[in-house]
Design a protein around this ligand. Structure first.
Ligand code: DGY
Length: 319
C-alpha cells in the first residue's frame, strides 16, 4: 500500500512504515499548492497528514482511492468524521503522547501572563529597563487561585494537576461528562459554563474543537470574566473571537491572554493583538518537544500498520 506523507516527521514512524513494507510517497518540495497536494493524495491508498489540510466530502469525492487517514495530531477537527465514517475510512490520531508537552505550554503561558514576562522581556531588549520601581509592572500570584478548565480530558487533567501541585489552585471544570478521576484526585468541581466563566481566575481551554464551538469565547463571555482573569487557549484558535478578545484586553477588562493557537494560523505579524502588553502568543508549539513528536510519529505509523493488516487502528477518531 502507498502512504502519502506530506511533510517531514521524526524518523521513528518512517522506519516503522518501511519495516512493514509500506511504500512512502513524499513531495519534491516543502510547500505544496492545494492542487499539487491533491494530485499526490490521488496516488496514495493512505494519507499520513501533517498540518491543517481539510478532509471533507469534496476531498473524498476527488480521491476515491483513499482508504485510511492517519493524522499527525491529536485534534481531528480538520476531518469530516461523519463523512469519513459513512465511507468506512478510519481516521487515526495521536493522543496521550503530547499531554505533558501541551499542558506544559498552557502552564508556561499562564505564568508568563501572570508575571507579564513578555512585556518585561521587551522592556529589557528595547533599553527601557530603567531604575527599580516598586509599583511598576506588578504581576499577580497564582497561589490558591481558581483554575477553570474548559474540556477536562487528558491534557486538561495534566494542566490541572500541575496547577494543583505548584500553586495549590482550586480546580473547577466544565465538560461534556464528569471526570471522576479529577474529582477524586484533584478535588475538581464540575460547574456550569457560566459558573466557570464567572468564578475562574485562570481559564484554560483543553476541549476538542468542532465548528459549532466557533467563537464560543466572545465578547459577552469575556465580559463576564473577573477583571484579573487570565485566558489561555492551547486547543484551537476557533474557540475565541479574536476581535472581541482584543477589545477586552485593550480596555483591561481582563488581566491578559496566552495563546498557542490562533485563527487563522500562522498569525499575521502585524496583528494588533501582538502590540498589547498583556498578551503572549506562541506559534502552535504545544506538542513541539522531541519526546512528544517522536511519540506522535510512532503512533501515526502504528495506526497505518494496523490498518494495512486489516486490524482496527489503535487510536481512531471515528465513533
Ligand atoms: C494536535 O495534536 O492536535 C496539535 O494541536 C497539533 O496540531
Amino acid at each position: 500500500m502507498k502512504v502519502f506523507l506530506n511533510k517531514r516527521i521524526p524518523q521513528t514512524g518512517i522506519d516503522l512504515l518501511k519495516a512493514n513494507n509500506l511504500e512512502i510517497i513524499t513531495p519534491q518540495h516543502d510547500i505544496l499548492s492545494q492542487h499539487e497536494w491533491l494530485e499526490l493524495c490521488k496516488k496514495a491508498d493512505i494519507i499520513l497528514n501533517v498540518g491543517k489540510n481539510k478532509f471533507g466530502r469534496n476531498f473524498f469525492d476527488n480521491c476515491p482511492n483513499i482508504k485510511a487517514i492517519s493524522l499527525f495530531s491529536v485534534g481531528f477537527d480538520q476531518v469530516d468524521i461523519e463523512e469519513a465514517t459513512k465511507r468506512k475510512i478510519p481516521v487515526g490520531n495521536t493522543p496521550n503522547v503530547l499531554n505533558r508537552a501541551t499542558s506544559d505550554i498552557a502552564f508556561l503561558l499562564m505564568q508568563m501572563v501572570s508575571r507579564k514576562a513578555n512585556y518585561n522581556t521587551e522592556k529589557v531588549k528595547s533599553g527601557n529597563w530603567k531604575d527599580f520601581d516598586a509599583l511598576e509592572q506588578l504581576g499577580q500570584e497564582l497561589y490558591g487561585k481558581t483554575l477553570g478548565i474548559f474540556g477536562l480530558g487528558r491534557i486538561g487533567f495534566e494542566m490541572a494537576q500541575k496547577c494543583k501541585d505548584a500553586f495549590q489552585m482550586n480546580i473547577i471544570y466544565h465538560n461534556r461528562n464528569h471526570n471522576e478521576q479529577a474529582e477524586k484526585e484533584l478535588y475538581a468541581k464540575y460547574v456550569s459554563f457560566d459558573e466557570l466563566i464567572e468564578q475562574s481566575d485562570v481559564i484554560s481551554i483543553h476541549a476538542n474543537y468542532t465548528s459549532e464551538q466557533m467563537d464560543l469565547f466572545n465578547q459577552s463571555v469575556f465580559e463576564k470574566m473577573k477583571p484579573n482573569a487570565i485566558f489561555i487557549n492551547t486547543a484551537r484558535g476557533g474557540f475565541h473571537n479574536e476581535t472581541d478578545l482584543f477589545e477586552v484586553l485593550q480596555s483591561n477588562k481582563i488581566w491578559g491572554a496566552g495563546l498557542d493557537v490562533t485563527n487563522p494560523e500562522p498569525m499575521d505579524s502585524k496583528n494588533p493583538l501582538l502590540q498589547l502588553p498583556n498578551v503572549v502568543v506562541l506559534p502552535h508549539i504545544g506538542s513541539a518537544t522531541v519526546e512528544a513528536r517522536n511519540g506522535m510519529s510512532r503512533i501515526a505509523a502504528e495506526n497505518i500498520i494496523a490498518f494495512s493488516r486489516n486490524q482496527p487502528m489503535p487510536n481512531c477518531a471515528n465513533p
